[in-house]
Design a protein around this ligand. Structure first.
Ligand SMILES: [Mg+2]
Length: 389
């Protein structure tokens, strides 16, 4: 079935004041996303997300332009079912015939960054389309689910030292058995982060999984100091201690602590994840399907996780489309045992689509509906689509 149109929309929706939070990314007052829509000649549409930022706020005009002006012309008239070939076509550009003939990549300059984000949205939309065409969920196309359900962990935890225990206990009261809190430069000092984590663990007791995320904001000494301070807090993982550009430093942090180190949400392609693994920087791999190169590349990362006996925990902070992309990849992988579930103000997760996304008693069920299993709310798109001049 041939592709007849490829569109992208930058959606920006205000977050109600009572649901706003401040993190290492500052106070987030809007939620942004790039929605990618691939349409077939018969009118069937697939949807994906392409990210300009790992947080929920970002300017998406460049991705929209990349999708519509650079990638769309190369995709019109192509067979949408040949996802592997189309991925190579975008990644290798005019040299894709060499890539396919010689069996190795001949990438264009945009082999990282927003071009790969744009490719991510298109790739995810193609998987959504293929599932809809065959009337099976994406996970079935990936070989089927390894388990019937999976625990979700509540992703939030911005409160100060006096209220963090109560905030995280609120998540546990909803049925979650794992919770993630934010640390890093938002706390000003490492001591304050350590005190917040200690307060959290004391309030939660020892049976709840607790993770801490520094959003890549520490220096190597700060990260080591943090790890020393919370070494007895039984953290399930410590996420993005350093900038993704400091892979060797992340390995130094990992070597200095018994706390498992997680990273990967800011990486583009499995080549970046390979480099993290090669320097022994991580225990938990967190590809984001809207950044890494779509469902196709997230699957390749899941295979790396499996081969190197690392845990796979896709980054699922985003719209319903990147969330379900991560969920489908996670269920298809033996290496994934837990799913991120956003507890922040997130209209793209709950209002962009007609289905109600929920973790019942803290559990996510294996996907059953065709494609990504989502129905786009076009009225929402019309209301929040930004004009790009
Ligand atoms: Mg994170």
């Amino acid at each position: 079935m041939k592709i007849s149109n490829v569109e992208a929309y930058w959606l920006r929706c205000p977050i109600p004041k009572e649901k706003q939070h401040a993190s290492d990314y500052g106070l987030l007052t809007d939620f942004d996303m790039t929605l990618v829509v691939v349409t077939l000649e018969n009118g069937l549409q697939g949807f994906g997300e392409a990210k300009a930022a790992v947080g929920s706020s970002g300017v998406c005009a460049s991705i929209v332009s990349c999708v519509e002006n650079e990638l769309k012309p190369a995709l019109i008239g192509k067979d949408a079912s040949q996802i592997n070939k189309l991925w190579e076509h975008v990644y290798n550009g005019t040299r894709d015939h060499y890539a396919l003939k010689r069996g190795r990549k001949f990438p264009i300059l945009g082999r990282r960054g927003l071009t790969i984000s744009a490719l991510s949205g298109i790739d995810t939309a193609l998987w959504d389309l293929k599932g809809k065409m065959l009337e099976v969920p994406v996970v079935a196309l990936l070989g089927g689910a390894c388990r019937d359900q999976m625990p979700a962990y509540a992703s939030g935890g911005w409160a100060d030292v006096d209220r963090i225990g109560e905030q995280l206990q609120g998540y546990v009261a909803k049925g979650f058995t794992g919770v993630k809190m934010r640390v890093g430069v938002m706390d000003e000092t490492v001591e304050k982060s350590v005190a917040r984590v200690k307060a959290a663990r004391e309030a939660l007791g020892n049976d709840i999984k607790l993770m801490a995320d520094a959003h890549g904001t520490y220096s190597v000494p700060e990260a080591r100091q943090f790890c020393r301070g919370v070494e007895d807090c039984n953290l399930y993982w410590f996420e993005e201690p350093l900038s993704p550009d400091n892979k060797q430093g992340t390995a130094e942090v990992r070597a200095a602590t018994s706390i498992p180190i997680a990273a990967g949400e800011s990486e583009y392609t499995s080549f970046d994840v390979r480099d993290l693994i090669a320097v022994r920087a991580i225990d938990v791999v967190q590809p984001d399907a809207a950044i890494i190169g779509g469902i196709s590349e997230a699957v390749r990362v899941s295979h790396l996780a499996s081969v190197y006996q690392l845990e796979l925990a896709p980054h699922c902070w985003g719209s319903a489309f990147s969330f379900m992309a991560g969920v489908n990849v996670a269920f298809a992988s033996q290496a994934a045992t837990i799913i991120e579930f956003s507890l922040g103000g997130n209209p793209m997760m709950y209002e962009l689509v007609q289905e109600k996304i929920e973790a019942k008693e803290g559990m996510i069920a294996a996907p059953q509906r065709p494609g990504l299993g989502l129905t786009l709310n076009w009225d929402f798109v019309k209301e929040y689509a930004q004009k790009i001049s």
